[in-house]
Design a protein around this ligand. Structure first.
Ligand code: ZN
Length: 332
């Protein structure tokens, strides 16, 4: 049976809890790195040994499973005094939890375990509690001593407390940011599913936030999406990502290049030069796409006389450089 109670610690245990969480985080990241290195050293095919995988571990290096890592943890304590500042069972629990996350990834039940940034370690557990760890005031925890608890329900004397887990609740702000980030990753993967190249406007959302859109671009995390998440996912998925000059992308006709003056409230782009009519967003996206492709062509030296890259076909070269096929970009 698991019950949840709110701790009401004073400043001292709070800073101790923060410290424990941070050491747990270091242990998690180190142990995950060890497992990942082992995996990387194994999956490299013999005929395509990449630079990244050049630091091959010896072929007989055992997989760093829970027992290997727990043993190693004890051994390295002499060299890392910080590890000694946290209850040994708490750190073993971290390794056990990682083992569980790894197994569930291996069985395809969940994603690959992630490295944790500062403040991303949210909980730790005490696998063993004293029999007399509960009083009316609070609870006696290993390392932390007596901590005040708001007992929102009575624990019957018939029950014995076996384990305790301290969880730091995320703030509302943090939860919203997490949900948004999650959605941004899904969106980035979705975009990569349908494209060989993606172009984005090189916008500074801090400047937009000073204009008529107000804080919105910053709150919505657009900068994080276009400058970090999308390029990162594209890199991983081997989709070419390029930034283009954002000036006037909403003011050009995508079909003939003539200027179609309009403010953002006009939702249709109607070119008086060539008669092209399409939704403004689509027109702007097409302009961005054309600019991006032109940028690649220029980089490949297409049409530049005397350029040495003309020796091979520009198309083949493009594919060689970007592993992408022109025309499969996001443009409608
Ligand atoms: Zn036109």
């Amino acid at each position: 049976m698991t019950w949840e109670f709110k701790l009401e610690p004073t400043a001292e245990p709070v800073s101790e809890i923060e410290h424990i969480l941070d050491v747990c985080r270091n242990v998690w990241n180190f142990a995950l790195r060890e497992r990942k290195d082992w995996l990387d050293s194994r999956k490299s095919p013999v005929n395509a040994c990449s630079i990244q995988q050049a630091f091959l571990l010896p072929a007989d290096a055992p997989f760093p499973n829970y027992h290997v890592q727990a043993k190693r943890l004890t051994a390295v304590k002499a060299n890392f005094p910080r590890l000694k500042t946290v209850n040994a069972q708490v750190l073993q629990q971290v390794l056990r939890k990682l083992d569980g996350a790894w197994e569930s990834w291996r069985l395809k039940r969940s994603g690959f375990p992630r490295f944790k940034k500062p403040n991303r370690m949210r909980s730790f557990g005490f696998p063993q509690m004293l029999k007399t760890c509960i009083s009316n005031e609070g609870m006696k925890l290993p390392q932390l001593g007596w901590v005040k608890v708001r007992w929102s329900r009575r624990i019957s004397d018939l029950f014995e407390v076996k384990q305790a887990r301290i969880v730091r609740k995320a703030s509302v702000h943090q939860r919203i940011a997490d949900t948004r980030k999650d959605w941004h990753f899904k969106l980035a993967h979705h975009l990569c599913d349908g494209a060989g190249m993606i172009f984005g406007e090189d916008l500074d959302f801090r400047i937009m936030a000073k204009g008529m859109l107000g804080q919105y671009p910053l709150d919505a995390g657009w900068g994080q999406f276009t400058h970090q998440i999308l390029p990162g996912v594209c890199f991983k998925r081997e989709v070419y990502y390029g930034k283009v000059d954002p000036r006037g992308t909403s003011q050009d006709c995508p079909d003939c290049g003539a200027e179609v003056k309009k403010d953002l409230s006009i939702r249709i782009s109607h070119c008086l030069e060539c008669g092209s009519i399409k939704p403004s967003d689509m027109a702007a996206a097409q302009v961005v796409c054309t600019r991006g492709q032109r940028g690649i062509e220029n980089a490949c030296g297409v049409g530049v006389t005397g350029s040495s890259v003309m020796n091979s076909s520009p198309l083949a070269l493009k594919q060689e450089i970007f592993g992408a096929t022109p025309g499969s970009s996001l443009c409608p």
